[in-house]
Design a protein around this ligand. Sequence first.
Ligand code: ADP
Ligand code: MG
Length: 430
Amino acid sequence: MDTYNVLLIGAGGREHAIAWKLAQSEKLGQLFIAPGNPGTALYGKNVKLDVNDFEAVADFVNKSGVELVVVGPEDPLVNGITNFLRDRNIAVFGPEKNAARLEGSKEFAKEFMLKYNIPTADFAVFGSMDYDDALKFISLKDTYPIVLKADGLAAGKGVFICNSEEEVKERLLSIKKDKTLSEAASRLVVEEFMEGEEVSVFVISDGHTSHILHYAQDHKRIGDGDTGLNTGGMGAYSPAPVLNDELLEQIQLEIIDPTITGMQLEESAYTGILYVGLMITEDGPKVVEYNCRFGDPECQVILPSLNNDLLDLMIASTEQRLDEKSIQIDDKYRCCVVLASEGYPQKYEKRKVISGLNDIDDALIFHAGTAQIDGKIVSNGGRVLNVVSSGKTLRGAIDNTYDAVKKISFENCYYRKDIGHKGLKRVSNL
Ligand SMILES: Nc1ncnc2c1ncn2[C@@H]1O[C@H](COP(=O)(O)OP(=O)(O)O)[C@@H](O)[C@H]1O
Ligand SMILES: [Mg+2]
């Protein structure tokens, strides 16, 4: 059988989960991860590469006999790594720059949804010089809450939900002043607030054929009960009982199919993973946003549920052969709890020795912000580890995950105690 040497780009828990899954493929030759983390090193060779230096990535690929590049995070995709490598005849799993605009520009995504009749919140777009017009528009509309969104990539820090005109004024001022937002907020999307429960659906596409892989719910806030500051994500569970087969079919017909066909018509065929962030409202599912890659930590609960060979699916996607494949998902629930450094998403300490990692037999541990120093694994970031376990019921999956969490320790370890709370509420109401 042909095997493929793969270069995986990224360094988080998502990439550890992808490396873990790729390593189970009979089709995998050598695996390289750039830059990777101590977790990915268990499945391949970590290489020091600046992944935003596309020339350096292409050189490494050619020198090392890499046959497929798999891109984890959004930045290189939005910046065109796929085009750069494909122009050099290197196969890449991940969308090209014009397709990644679905995540890279919220204005593009909203105009696209409007054009193709894909359900989403009503909106208007303003340039950075027209914040006064934005304010006028909002005060005329006079319905709160209202949502302000920076157009470009903002690492989760570009969305503001405002409850009054005063709050809108303050926000607009602070957005203007915030230098880290100046590029992303050069265009501003003003959006109707949607009431409902959120869920993320993950799709694999080859540009023509697409399949739903699975769906999950994440937990963005730092505190229990969804309180406090926004983070990269403190946990996830899957499947989320807010969806059922009927809703999934509706989402496929009204949202996913028109997205894939619309992108073809825009000459921006979408290949790779499409993350569809949804609000399940009284009027049915509506799109909150698109992302052009797996979510982190959602990936950590989705991939363990997938019975397919991931590498085989990725190759089929790059060769436009996804119509030959069908997706097999197991019948378990999964839960992921993120262990973070106390203080995250603000200031926190690093270099705390982690113990208990070898005492885990009934859970998966995916590394995020860790480092290996003198043979010891230490904390090296805000989000440190992901603990994932499964169960026949959601309750079982959650309990098994927290049992494993309790076996791991490091100084100043913080985690949410209520991952899956919305799902549990729904299950108990059935
Ligand atoms: N129109 C909306 N109505 C209600 N909540 C929203 C709306 N848009 C965004 N949100 C909330 O804000 C969060 C972040 O918005 P999103 O568009 O996903 O931006 P990003 O992930 O790029 O920061 C969403 O997960 C959701 O909780
Ligand atoms: Mg989001």
